[in-house]
Design a protein around this ligand. Structure first.
Ligand code: HSE
Length: 399
């Protein structure tokens, strides 16, 4: 099979690397040779092994009937979406690592592949090297997924781990994550939580079979965390992790991304550095954990390359992915119950106790008053928090 790679950045060059250095094994697994016929990028790469197959115009790829499979690793919505849609309409299969495009256009692109009897795969869009889309789509197909909860952004997990274990400041840890090729082109997508919001929207859509819009997901990043939050967390024997979750409760579907305090008993407690950890709870299966490298060139490329092999094996056969464009409503965040850890100035202690009612005191730091309030709705929290100035708050994830 002849393939083309769109975008020769961190992931695209990793995919090229996998197909050239691991060609023999890939050929055995696929049952035929896989040849990278084109690499598309606006830039030139003099002296690079991909130099001879480099093209600058995507039409060369769309119009070449020999190319049966296209790998999209450009990232971002447009022009990636336009190129991918044209390739699918031209009868080619596509695999992508691009969560922004998948979260925005998943139902449409899945449908085109179905109509054309080809495949649109996006395993690498969530969890880097971790198999998660295919297990949710296939291994849980006779089950009902009740909850997905996890750490699905490598950059922020790397930053939080460095800040917690090594006392590294935020900027230094972010720069290191960028150097290692983990971060998005615009790191705001990582640190403000937009990237994990798109990823949990993708997982939730596959789990529900209907489109979960990431704009409906409550999203809070890690930029407000300070060294004091980590000190409190250590003192309570907990870690701070950016948690993305989707939970069904009766007819409600709750979804959110926010930093949370994690107990040592939680399997997510030990998910550190660039690693991702995802817990999927099925009605019949119980909880299953997925763990591995969530970002980086070769780990992500390994998932993209495996999709290509799956495309070769499924020539002329569309692997069913149910992701209808019908919207899956996400229940109003204000109705969700949570436990909160809250910090206020010590002179606000009485006011805070009046506003929040029954609370558990936490040993204070730095002239503050700190407490935990349990089992209140987000609406109740908002109402109490409007009556006293909050320094910071964190939700608790109970094991
Ligand atoms: N910026 C993303 C992360 C890349 O850090 O998880 C992998 O999706």
């Amino acid at each position: 099979m002849k393939i083309a790679i769109l975008g020769y950045g961190t992931i695209g060059s990793g995919v090229y690397n996998v197909f050239t250095t691991n060609a023999e094994i890939v050929e055995k697994k696929a049952g035929e040779k896989i040849e990278v016929k084109y690499v598309l990028d606006l830039r030139d790469f003099p002296g690079d092994p991909a130099e001879n197959v480099l093209v600058h115009d995507y039409k060369v790829i769309v119009n070449d009937p020999e190319v049966e499979c296209v790998v999209e690793t450009m990232g971002g919505d447009k022009p990636a979406y336009t190129f991918v849609k044209e390739c699918l309409l031209a009868g080619k299969s596509v695999t992508t690592s691009n969560k922004e495009m998948v979260a925005n256009h998943g139902p449409e692109l899945v449908q085109i592949a179905k109509d054309k009897n080809t495949n649109f795969f996006f395993e690498a869009s969530v969890g880097g090297a971790i198999p998660i889309i295919r297990p949710i789509n296939e291994s849980f197909s006779a089950d009902e997924i009740l909850e997905i909860r996890g750490i699905i952004n490598g950059t922020t997990n790397y930053i939080l781990t460095k800040m917690d274990h090594e006392g590294t400041d935020y900027e230094t840890a972010l720069a290191e994550a960028q150097d290692k090729g983990y971060a998005e082109r615009n790191p705001e997508a990582d640190v403000e939580g937009y990237d994990p919001a798109r990823k949990i929207a993708i997982l939730s859509s596959i789990a529900c079979g209907r489109h979960v819009d990431y704009n409906d997901i409550y999203t809070e990043g890690i930029t407000k965390l300070t060294a004091f939050d980590f000190e409190y967390a250590r003192h309570m024997g907990k870690a701070i992790k950016l948690i993305a979750s989707m939970r069904k409760e009766g007819k409600d579907v709750f979804a959110s991304v926010c930093p949370m305090l994690i107990d040592t008993e939680s399997p997510l407690f030990t998910v550190n550095d660039v690693f991702n950890g995802i817990l999927v709870n099925g009605k019949y299966s119980g909880t299953i954990m997925f763990y591995g490298r969530g970002a980086g060139s070769l780990p992500t490329a390994s998932a993209v390359a495996a999709d290509v092999v799956e495309i070769v094996r499924n020539r002329g056969n569309n692997e069913l992915i149910i992701w209808s464009d019908e919207k899956q409503p996400v229940t109003d965040r204000l109705e969700e119950k949570n436990d909160f850890f809250v910090r206020v100035a010590s002179f606000n202690k009485t006011k805070a106790r009046e506003a929040f009612g029954e609370v558990e005191d936490i040993k204070p730091l730095n002239g503050e008053y700190a407490f935990i309030v349990r089992g209140i709705t987000e609406a109740q929290y908002e109402s109490a928090a409007s009556r006293v100035r909050i320094i910071n708050k964190l939700r608790l994830l109970n094991a």
